[in-house]
Design a protein around this ligand. Sequence first.
Ligand code: UDP
Ligand code: MG
Length: 329
Amino acid sequence: MVLNEAATSESAPPSVSVAIPLYNEADGVQVLLDRVLAVLDQLPGDGHEVVLVDDGSTDATFQLLRRAAEKDERVVAISLSRNFGHQAACAAALRHTRGQVGVLMDGDLQDPPEQIPEMLKRYHEGFDVVYAIRAKRKEGVLLRSCYFLFYRVMGALADQPMPLDAGDFCLMSRRVIDFLNASGERQRYLRGLRAWVGFRQVGIPIEREARQHGDSKYSWRGLLGLAVDGIFSHSVLPLRAAALLGFVAILVSLLIAAHALYGKLVQGDSPQGYTALVITLIFFSGVQLVFLGVIGEYVGRIFEEVKRRPSFIVDQVIRADDACNPTTP
Ligand code: UDP
Ligand code: MG
């Protein structure tokens, strides 16, 4: 791995790998391949490839990928041993890319592949990461508001600055991909990890299209899981908030104690505070439980990380130029 090489290689145009995770996207695979390959045809240089990872689909996605890989040497089809989730599938796809530049995009054509030349232009200007900023979303109002809120909360909490409204759709230089591949983190929040790597990064506004086929594979629960992964993997502020709130509670209780003492010693009446007592007790029991939960989130994460299980397991790799070579991270 060459670490200090500039992002741009002036001589030959870079070979581009497009990495795409797919889960039950059989209806859209052909259109996706047609559009991506048409874009690759237009790019200068050669050696471009599309790495498609089938994330344990239950429909015909992998059969279609296999057929495409056997027909076209630019297509690499990979299947995972089961459904590992979007972020793990992205990691698997990135790991199998070989280009000097890698583009990560969703397989439902919400991310328009036609933007790749524009991203490459920014790469040539010296940026290691060119990410799409979701300028206009075609999702419902409720979902859009949740995304909006999440990115702002995440931005405020994250340990290092994180671009707002940046999705997974991005172009990355080989050295950034190598760093991501080398990162042992299991519960990945790719956008966070990508920002964490550093180098020169730039966002370009891209209109996110509506899904071409089928429904989103993210349930509300899945989205919440991703949001939790994002926040707890990239911030220790929730833990600090516990300590801060603890100090505030102690201060408040000292003030109340002083007030009670004053009442007893100076005014000679002991305070009648049964209701206040119960309310305070319940309130702070609640606060304690919440923060036990917060600590639990981190402990759970430590538990997952120390098990050191791979974040995905590869079943098959269909690549025109070499035989089946299952690899695990
Ligand atoms: N995906 C995946 N594994 C999953 C869920 C989704 O590989 O468990 C893929 C999916 O096929 C798509 C991309 O990840 O190509 C983004 O998923 P989706 O469109 O459902 O997410 P959304 O755009 O709604 O955030
Ligand atoms: Mg989508």
